[in-house]
Design a protein around this ligand. Structure first.
Ligand SMILES: NC(=O)c1ccc[n+]([C@@H]2O[C@H](COP(=O)([O-])OP(=O)(O)OC[C@H]3O[C@@H](n4cnc5c(N)ncnc54)[C@H](O)[C@@H]3O)[C@@H](O)[C@H]2O)c1
Length: 368
């Protein structure tokens, strides 16, 4: 049997420094008998030499289109827009199964090239849970952005540009420094605290020095009584990390903020869930997604103090590219080890079946 192969392509999306394979997971695959090709990539948080050191074969940046079509290409984010046919097998997030803008055009490239897409968002375990997701570091980075926004607000300033951190301790140290050495005394409430993002948010608050009693952790039982919740108005930072599936009462709204008046402690809301345009958004106090260069949007609270702002960045893990990649890639590893038997391995057969269904829909739309 020929040796199994994977080809890690470069990322072309702006600001994207994460990688689907890390030097650690590449080594595990090589130890299991794989050949791993890695495109040189200045944008990636990991140096090319880190891959070389564990036995990967380095190839030119963006050279995957000329790889033999039998070689599966793995990447993280969408390919740059193009109409070129795609003859290879691709493992990546393609964001084209939920009828996102341009979805049928993306899939039509596979139709014309005869390639296959295994979308990372739809690799599920036997219980229907994603085998790999970026949640933990989204919550971790979101809580950090919230703490930074609080520190800026306390100085009468607005939080400026956020840039990816080299590693987690650089982020933790920076947040602590801007809070005057520690987050002690800050009070936070995390809703969805038992989920991936929620656990990450709680972890950041612990690491920057909040007292355990000052990190309120809520999940389904605590919100069952139905909002709006006074408890949210009584903390400095509220982080929403729920997985929204249906209409629920608002957690906070303009009326509850106005009613709190001068008694309000709440200064920053971090909406990690980012259901910004969802009609069921339980935080209907803002309506845009914020960005790394403008991380907060103010909430109109009239003359009331303190000011209140919302962080609603929808790609938070990018702030911690190293750790986020390590966690995602190691969660993906058991499935990648099964990739050579993808004709029969459940996680891959289900993903391929979904691809075929979406491909048929796209072909009809595109008239192919
Ligand atoms: N902003 C970003 O960069 C970013 C990145 C990754 C994920 N996300 C989003 O974050 C959300 C959470 O993702 P996750 O992977 O942590 O999900 P998850 O399923 O691991 O956790 C969600 C948690 O929310 C809880 N929950 C659901 N409804 C609730 C309610 N009404 N009240 C209280 N708790 C409730 C669940 O019990 C669960 O513990 C998703 O919407 C996801 O798309 C955002």
């Amino acid at each position: 049997m020929p040796k199994p192969v994977l080809w890690l392509r470069c990322e072309k999306k702006e600001f994207e420094r994460r990688a689907a394979l890390t030097p650690t997971t590449s080594k595990a695959l090589i130890d299991a008998g794989f050949d791993i090709f890695v495109e040189r990539d200045q944008q990636r948080i990991f140096d090319d030499s880190e891959y070389e050191a564990v036995g990967c074969k380095l190839v030119d940046n963006n050279s995957w289109p000329s790889a033999p079509t039998s070689v599966p290409i793995i990447g993280l984010k969408e390919l740059p827009e193009s109409t070129d046919p795609l003859p290879h097998t691709h493992i990546q997030f393609a964001h084209c199964y939920k009828k996102q803008g341009g979805w049928s055009k993306v899939l039509s490239r596979f139709h014309r090239g005869g390639g296959t897409l295994y979308d990372l968002e739809f690799l599920n375990d036997a219980n229907g849970r994603r085998v790999a997701a970026f949640g933990f570091h989204a919550g971790f980075a979101g809580a950090a952005a919230g703490a930074l926004a609080l520190a800026a607000q306390r100085k009468g300033e607005t939080l400026g540009l956020l840039t990816p951190y080299e590693n987690e301790s650089a982020m933790v140290n920076h947040v602590k420094e801007l809070l005057g050495g520690s987050g002690k005394g800050v009070k936070a409430l995390v809703i969805g605290a038992l989920g991936r993002c929620g656990r990450g948010a709680v972890d950041l608050f612990r690491k920057i020095g909040l007292d355990e009693d000052n990190i309120l952790k809520w999940d389904l039982p605590e919100t069952e009584k139905g909002g709006p919740f006074q408890e949210i108005l009584d903390v400095d930072i509220f982080v929403n990390c729920i997985y929204l599936t249906s209409k629920i009462p608002s957690f906070i709204n303009h009326e509850s903020i106005a009613a709190a008046g001068k008694q309000r402690r709440l200064s920053v809301v971090v909406d990690v869930s980012c259901d910004t345009t969802n009609p069921f958004n339980p935080i209907p106090i803002y309506n845009i997604n914020t960005t790394f260069d403008k991380p907060t949007v103010p909430v109109d609270v009239g003359e009331a103090k303190p000011p209140l702002s919302v962080v609603s960045i929808d790609h938070l893990p990018t702030l911690l590219p190293r750790e986020a990649s390590e966690q995602f890639s190691s969660d993906l590893l058991p499935s990648l080890l099964e990739f050579p038997t993808r004709a029969t391995a459940r996680v891959w057969t289900e993903a391929e079946q979904l691809f075929r269904e979406k491909l048929t829909e796209a072909a009809a739309v595109e008239g192919l």
